[in-house]
Ligand binder design. Structure first.
Ligand SMILES: C[S@@+](CC[C@H](N)C(=O)[O-])C[C@H]1O[C@@H](n2cnc3c(N)ncnc32)[C@H](O)[C@@H]1O
Length: 350
């Protein structure tokens, strides 16, 4: 296998391509990208055969910012007859490593969404067939992905279950909580699910912790913190939702977040201010290096041009500052489903 398929938000194919080239090169793997603007996916073709599977096995998926999912796959399979898709695809499955489950997915585009019903029904028919043919077993390390470009044209491949996104299309679907004051609330919830594994929630996202929310109004992110029974200092000149203030867990500081300093060191700081990425980066560095918080989730707004370069430069600035200050830390960034022209970052001081 020398094809690696990456799913991304339509419009971010160039960033996704630039990133996979960097990640592959760091693993000593070289190749080129095929992409089409707004298609919602990128194909990375390695010069060495078999290198796509090595890449998904050896590189760390959680380091990718712009890819929602990655799949080491066979060359495109097309002109499949609509009368019998199962037989030719079954033959192709024999060329892939052993899998435990199957996902049939379209691209996240308008055309792709029209394929969703077909994908769902084909997924259950094909999965049944694979199980009956003993081609799926729970102990197998890979998930089979069938990426449907049309009803007759597919990419077939695998992703390691432990080193890929667990959700169809790499998209975490969250239900908007009606009590939350803004839709932005889903960004913090999605970020926590991406960055904090379930077994860590009890310790790191738990009751009694103290947090600051910079750029908090009207309170979607504060609502998530309050829901976890944290005590929140909400910094924003704008008004906070009354319902949140009634919780008794929120102190509103109508101040400038760029000059605000907490009276005591906190557990968490979250920041959803739309400003120049370099300015937000400096603010995050100040909080972390001074020890004002030990964990943070924040957004970096993407510039119009050089989006990938700018993101890399901001993250490198944070890494340099934390290393110079002698901190050990965990850092990750993701272009979340609920993000548009921004990415979301997570840092924990260890
Ligand atoms: C995208 S909104 C935040 C939405 C919020 N996270 C939520 O879930 O409801 C950005 C907020 O940042 C605030 N903001 C912008 N610049 C700020 C600054 N310098 N200090 C404090 N707040 C600021 C704005 O007033 C605005 O309410």
């Amino acid at each position: 296998m020398n094809h690696l398929l990456l799913y991304c938000r339509p419009g971010f194919e160039k960033e996704c391509a630039a990133e996979i080239r960097d990640v592959a090169e760091a693993e000593g793997i070289y190749g080129y990208c095929k992409l089409e603007d707004n298609s919602g996916y990128v194909l990375y073709v390695t010069h060495e055969s078999g290198a796509a599977l090595r890449l998904v096995d050896e590189a760390d998926f959680s380091k990718l910012i712009f890819a929602r999912q990655w799949v080491a796959c066979l060359p495109v399979v097309d002109e499949i007859s609509a009368d019998d898709r199962i037989s030719p695809l079954l033959e192709k499955v024999a060329e892939l490593p052993p899998c435990q489950s199957v996902m049939v997915e379209p691209a996240d585009t308008t055309d792709g969404r029209e394929m969703q019903r077909f994908c769902n029904s084909f997924s259950s028919a094909f999965s049944q067939k694979l199980r009956r043919s003993k081609l799926l077993a729970d102990a197998n390390p890979y998930r089979l992905h069938i990426f449907a470009l049309t009803g007759t044209c597919f990419y077939l491949g695998v992703a390691p279950v432990e080193n890929s996104a667990p959700w169809p299309m790499g998209i975490m679907r969250l239900k908007f909580p009606n009590a939350a004051p803004s839709r932005s609330t889903l960004k913090l919830e999605e970020a926590w699910h991406w960055f904090v594994p379930p077994h860590e929630w009890q310790h790191y996202i738990s009751g009694g912790l103290k947090a600051a929310d910079l750029g908090a109004a009207p309170g979607g992110w504060t609502w998530q913190l309050v829901k976890q029974n944290m005590f929140v200092t909400a910094v924003d000149n704008g008004p906070m939702a009354e319902s949140l203030m009634e919780s008794g867990q929120v102190t509103h500081k109508p101040e400038d977040a760029f000059t605000f300093q907490p009276a005591k060191n906190l557990d968490w700081m979250v920041c959803d201010i739309v400003d120049k990425p370099a300015r937000v980066t400096d603010l995050m560095i100040r909080w972390l290096v001074n020890g004002w918080c030990r964990e943070t989730v924040f957004n970096l707004k993407l510039p119009m041009k050089q989006r990938y370069t700018e993101v890399r430069s901001c993250l490198a600035m944070i890494e340099t500052a934390l290393e110079e200050a002698g901190f050990k830390y965990r850092m990750a960034a993701k272009h979340l489903y609920h993000d548009r022209e921004e990415i979301t970052c997570h840092i924990r001081i260890l």
